[in-house]
Structure formats: C-alpha cells, structure tokens
Design a binder for this molecule. Structure first.
Ligand code: NAD
Length: 470
C-alpha cells in the first residue's frame, strides 16, 4: 500500500476533533484500516485547542478567585491574592491542555489500524483524496471506501468596518497562543454562550466587561425564563446592553471605539479590547474539495440525514461542520452514529437527534437546557405543561451557599412524558447529564418519581420535583 502505489483505506476521516476521532477509533477496533488527517497532529479539535477545555480550566481558576473573596461565608477568613492571576490561570490551562494532548498521543500510538497524519485532506473525486502531510512536507493520494468529514467550525467576525480586527475565543484560550495580559476594559460582542461565559470569568480577573447583545435578551438560544434568571447575576458583574447592534469598530489611541445602534440611538463606547462572540460557521472551505466529492453543503454546513449520511451515501459528516448542534458532546455522538452506519451492520444502525443534546452554560450560576421548551412543544402541537422546583430548597445548594435558580420540566399532558428539562442554579451543568437521560429515553414524571439520587447532592432536585404532586 505504501511507496508509489496509491494508498487504500477503508475509511478516510478528515478532522480529529470530537466529530472525527471517536468514529476513527471505533472503525479501527472493528478491523478497518483508517486514515485520519488533522492539521493539529493530535486529537481534540478546537474543543481542546481553544474551546471547552481551556475555557473551563480558566473558569476553574476564576471561580476559585471569586469564591475566595467570600471565604467568610464559609467560616474562614482568607482571600486569594495573586499579583498576576490571569497569567497564573493561563499557565494552569496550558497544563491541562498539555496533559490531554499527551494522553491523546498515547491513545493514537496504541490504536491498531489507525494512522493519524498531521496535515490537510482535499477530495479529488468521490473516492480519492489528496493528503498534504505537514510533518513530512509531502503530498500523497489515497483511495477510500468511506469518508467522514469532521472539519469543525471557526469563530465568525462581523462584516462591519473593523469587525475582523477583534479578538475571538481563539485569542483568549488557544494552546500556547492565548493573550499575555488582560485589558482593563473589554467589550464583548454577542451575549450567547461564549459571551456570557467569558463575561463571568473575565470579570473575576478584574476586567470591566460590557456585553453587547443584538437581540432583546442575552442567551436567546436558551429557555427564556432561564436566560432571564441569568441576567441579574450577569448584570452584577458586567454592563449588559441588549438590543445593541454594533455598526463599526475603530482603533482610537491605545484602545478601541465601538459604535452601536441601540434602542436609544447611536452610541460610541470605549474599551481596551473587543471580543467577538457572535457564533461559529462550519468549515466547508473550497480547499476541502466537497464539490469534487459530490457532497452537498451550504453556509449552514454539510447536509446530512439522521444517519449522518451526506448526499453521497458512502460519505458521512459529523460535528460542527453539519451545523446541527455545535457542541463537543454532540460531535462525539454524531461521530459514533456515523461509525455505526459506516459499519453497515443492521444490529448497530443508529441515528442522531439534535433535540435531546444537553447544552450547558458555565456561568455563575450554571444553567442547562435539554429538549423542548414549552413554546417549542406548543409549536409542535403537543399539549404540555411545566412543573418546577426552586434549586435552593435542596441541602446541597444550601451547603454550597448557592441558593438561587430553579429547575423545570416540560411535561406532555396526556402521557406524562418529559419533553424538556431546563435549570439554572447550583450544579446545573452536571444536572444536564441526568436531564439528557430523561429526555432521550422519554421517561415519564412517574418513572422519575421512583428514582433516588444520592443525598446530599443537587441531583435530588430532580426526583423530588417528580414526586412533588404525589
Ligand atoms: P452563540 O450563537 O451562542 O451566540 C451568539 C450571540 O451573538 C447570539 O446571542 C446573537 O444574538 C448575538 N449576535 C449576533 N450578531 C450580533 C451583533 N452583530 N451584535 C451583537 N450581538 C450579536 O455563539 P457563541 O457564543 O459565539 O458560541 C459559539 C458556539 O460555541 C455556539 O454554537 C455554542 O453552542 C458553542 N459554545 C457552547 C458552550 C457551552 O455549551 N457551554 C460554551 C461556549 C460556546
């Protein structure tokens, strides 16, 4: 297979992030010869390089820092003092990333039947691709029976004057590239997941943050009541302007002037830096050769069916590049579904449902959303109602001194099936795992009422909510 002869693989995987590597390993375990290609030369994609992992490592330092200012609440009397807390936190995140990269390198080395090339792949036709190997400085051509496209997404910037000249999450979190110091004043454009999480964590490091959100409220992707509950805590750490559309960004002196069209007319705000967090776009650039492969796509991503098959039945796509659910765990699930269907064993056949994917906001307090909101259920002609319970009545929330927030379930009237779970408050990100199990398995309130979660954990709020009306 080597040398001048064209190399032949069972499956070619483009991208070694959450959409790529779970499938690559699974297919290799099933005896396939798999070639996986990724520019980073390691696993984890953007999540590990500049996304979830570094941002949550920094958030951990930020949380400790914020909590340490209130130690008297817990009967202690000290505060963490650190001359350069951001630099310390950045060093910690590099440590976490480095550890995971080392672990992933070991996993790749131990995998039989899997070859990882640091490079880029480009389809030449539906069964052939050209691979550029960055480490060896060479190009070669491969044939494949199946392919999985998992090339991820990139942060978009605004098409306005100066729009491209701002930070994105890459500048804050990228491995060995994150910014050295933090600005005194930061304007965050976009009050979605990244904007809100960044505001909480950077405020903890002493940055004066302003969040500009175009829609009438922050986190428009979440259940409206959850987003509303997170707004006062966000306003406590940042200046939040909603209905604010940025029209221009200009360098002024050592800083930046941001012009926005708000409800009260045009206004210019000054800051030392601007972070754009207005969403991500799928990586479907022409250099991928999707057209040559016959794979249909548009700016929203590669079109796939629920089996994650593209318009070419032997080519699959998973992760952010599909635009279906831009979350790492969704990518992993999609990757597993694609692998199952590539294996073409009827016993393994699987489908992906973006609706049951849990989404979390690592703010203070945390929040999660899984499944349908009441409005979405009604729009689907489902008759449903909500049941709710305050988070603060549970022992765990009281021990943690984090008593704000609530959890609610969207329940189908006739069946009692739980269509959605939405929560804000203590440990809400972890609670998302249980909510996912309830929604994915279409459990009823009566089913959940018979469950018992350990005491004293915040999970108790779930079974107690289900028993509330017994
Ligand atoms: P997002 O889509 O979550 O939010 C973007 C926000 O920007 C929206 O609220 C939108 O209304 C606003 N916006 C758009 N144009 C604007 C403009 N011109 N001016 C002001 N506001 C504008 O995107 P994101 O926060 O950049 O996150 C990117 C992706 O990363 C998302 O798909 C998200 O799912 C994922 N992510 C997830 C988590 C998590 O699950 N905890 C955390 C971070 C990021």
């Amino acid at each position: 297979m080597m040398g001048d002869a064209m190399r032949v693989y069972d499956t070619l995987v483009l991208g070694a992030g959450g959409g790529g590597y779970p499938a690559a390993f699974r297919l290799a375990r099933h005896g396939q010869q798999v070639l996986m290609v990724d520019e980073k030369g390691n696993l984890g994609g953007h999540c590990l390089y500049e996304g979830c992992i570094p941002s949550k490592a920094i958030r951990e330092s930020a949380r400790l820092l914020a909590r340490s200012q209130h130690t008297a609440t817990y009967g202690l009397a000290y505060a963490v003092t650190s001359a350069r807390p951001w630099e310390g936190a950045r060093a910690y995140k590099e440590q976490v990333q480095t550890r995971r990269y080392a672990q992933h390198a070991e996993e790749v080395a131990a995998a039989r039947g899997l070859t990882l090339v640091r490079g880029r792949g480009r389809f030449l036709d539906p069964h052939t691709a050209e691979i550029t190997d960055i480490n060896r400085g060479e190009q070669f051509t491969v044939r494949f029976r199946y392919a999985l496209v998992a090339t991820g997404s990139h942060a978009v910037t605004l098409p306005i004057p100066g729009g491209a000249d701002t930070w994105t999450s890459h500048d804050l979190f990228a491995w060995q590239e994150a910014v050295d110091g933090l600005p005194a004043r930061l304007i965050v454009i976009g009050g979605g997941y990244i904007g809100v999480e960044a505001a909480f964590m950077l405020a903890a490091f002493g940055v004066r943050v302003t969040v500009l959100e175009a829609t009438p409220g922050v986190l428009p992707q979440m259940d409206p009541e959850i987003a509303a509950a997170l707004t006062p805590p966000l306003r406590a750490v940042a200046d939040v302007r909603t209905g604010a559309r940025v029209t221009a960004i200009r360098r002024r002196g050592g800083g930046v002037a941001v012009t926005l069209a708000g409800t009260a007319g045009e206004e210019t705000l000054e800051a030392d830096a601007v972070l754009t967090a207005v969403g991500r776009a799928p990586n479907v650039e022409p250099e991928l050769g999707l057209e040559a492969a016959g794979v249909a796509f548009d700016r929203h991503g590669i079109r796939v069916d629920s089996a994650l098959r593209t318009s070419m039945p032997h080519i699959f796509a998973a992760g952010d590049v599909t635009g279906l659910s831009m979350l790492f765990h969704s990518a992993v699930r999609m990757s597993e579904v694609a692998a199952a269907n590539i294996l073409a064993d009827p016993a393994l056949a699987d489908t992906f449902d973006p609706l049951t994917m849990p989404a979390t906001v690592f703010a203070s307090p945390e929040a999660h959303t899984v499944g349908l909101t009441l409005a979405q259920a009604t729009a689907r002609n489902l008759r449903a109602h909500e049941i709710r319970r305050p988070m603060g009545v549970e022992a765990r929330a009281q021990i943690e001194e984090e008593t704000e927030g609530f959890i609610k379930m969207v329940v189908e009237d006739d069946t009692g099936v739980i269509l959605g779970v939405h929560a804000v408050g203590a440990d809400a990100a972890n609670l998302a795992a249980v909510s996912h199990i309830l929604v994915q398995n279409r459990l009823t309130v009566a089913d959940v009422a018979r469950l018992t979660f350990p005491h004293p954990t915040q999970f108790e709020v779930i079974d107690r909510l289900a028993r509330q009306r017994d």
